[in-house]
Design a protein around this ligand. Structure first.
Ligand SMILES: Nc1ncnc2c1ncn2[C@@H]1O[C@H](COP(=O)(O)OP(=O)(O)OP(=O)(O)O)[C@@H](O)[C@H]1O
Ligand SMILES: [Mg+2]
Length: 363
């Protein structure tokens, strides 16, 4: 096992992984120490609103990126970043097994069907997720990713303005696959598990089994949805509701006595339960999309991560709605002393998975 890591992770050229989320910029760096991968830098800085507004050249955003890298203590200038947002499109397709040259053409043809912008203005890549038996022959499972070329330039320029070099662009589902395939404290031997990494605006649903990524989907809901439901239910604005949500996130549970002890807690609890109902429905939709594909497997459990998991009742409420065991994932990658930390917050799952890029040669 030690050899496996050692051979595949870069030893000297440290790569700084950057996950720019809608609320936090998270940075991680992984190095090899005593033949083991160790997190040598970890840190974050709040994402300024300029990022969501698409103003990538703003001084505030450049400053925030620099700060995140500095706080983390990352030393490598070469970066790998996850690119996200509505403009990034991913699709799972199956095609007959064919030579690589023909595959390129087939990918283009498939891509034309789902990319709303001209192909010459997008970067389209496919990842081979393996073969499956189909009738008398075999099918190739592919994940197609399309990103507007312009958006990649904007990311590149942002990193350059911050004194960094964006060497690799990746998408969150691969980062999560890498992180959860190896790093989570769960036994995943043979089980088909769904990882749901919740964010603020969106969340990522990734299905894995052994060393295979079976399916992924971006869900259009996250922690902001809980805040919006709370704001509507209690007649307050978003910022007030966000504060209240954070204040009560550790107190609300399904134990009726605890819920009814405080009237505000009761109202926050029922709003959160309503909001979580929608998150659960999105997980249900993702499972349905997966099962509507040929050759799907039964899903055995759900592992959750990301900021909204700090809502204590999330596991309880989700388990009420989806008929599967749910648990909170924790990343078990060792931390170097210089980080000054004792554990990695699971909100870093994307950043940690980006930092592990190169460990799995297929993604
Ligand atoms: N202690 C907490 N209790 C409940 N919710 C929390 C807590 N801390 C953060 N959150 C929620 O988590 C969400 C932010 O999660 P996270 O930081 O993972 O998102 P992000 O990566 O910045 O965003 P995205 O991935 O959507 O771009 C917000 O909705 C926030 O309210
Ligand atoms: Mg995120």
């Amino acid at each position: 096992m030690k050899k496996f890591w050692h051979g595949l992770l870069p030893k000297e050229d440290l790569c700084t992984a950057v996950d720019i989320g809608s609320t936090e910029i998270r940075v991680a760096e992984v190095a090899i120490e005593d033949e083991q991968p160790v997190v040598t830098a970890l840190g974050s800085f709040p994402t300024p609103p300029e990022f969501l507004a698409g103003n990538f050249k703003s001084d505030t955003l450049v400053f925030a990126l620099k700060q995140a890298v500095e706080y983390a203590g990352a030393k490598g200038r070469d970066c790998v970043a996850a690119i996200t947002g509505q403009k990034v499109i991913t699709r799972h397709v199956s095609v007959p097994v064919m030579p690589d040259r023909e595959l390129e053409k087939a990918v283009r043809w498939e891509a034309e069907k789902f990319i709303p912008i001209p192909l010459d203005q997008s970067i389209v890549r496919h990842v081979n997720l393996g073969e499956v038996a189909a009738g008398d022959g075999k099918q190739l499972r592919l994940l197609l990713v399309a990103v507007p070329t312009e958006l990649t330039y904007e990311y590149y320029d942002l990193f350059k303005l911050a004194g960094l070099h964006l060497a690799v662009i990746d998408v969150p589902c691969f980062a999560l696959f890498r992180a959860y395939n190896r790093l989570v404290n769960e036994s995943i031997g043979g089980e088909t598990m769904a990882v749901v990494h919740f964010g603020a605006a969106t969340s990522h649903f990734v299905l894995l089994k052994d060393d295979q990524l079976l399916y992924s989907r971006t869900m259009p809901v996250g922690g902001n949805h809980l805040t919006e439901v709370l704001a509507r239910g209690l007649g307050m604005d978003f910022d007030e509701a966000e504060k209240l949500k954070l204040e009560y996130s550790g107190k609300v549970n399904l134990d009726e006595a605890a819920v009814t002890a405080d009237p505000v807690q009761f109202r926050v609890g029922s709003s959160l339960q309503d909001g979580i109902g929608e998150l659960a429905r999105e997980i249900g939709r993702s499972l349905e999309f997966y099962h509507s594909q040929e050759f799907s497997l039964p899903v055995e459990k759900v592992i959750i991560s990301g900021g909204p998991c700090k809502t204590e009742a999330l596991v309880q409420f989700l388990e009420q709605e989806i008929d599967l065991p749910v648990s909170v994932g924790s990343l078990v990658l060792p931390l170097d002393e210089c980080t000054g930390l004792s554990a990695i917050d699971n909100g870093y799952a994307v950043a940690a998975g980006l930092a592990l890029r190169g460990v799995f040669s297929n993604v």
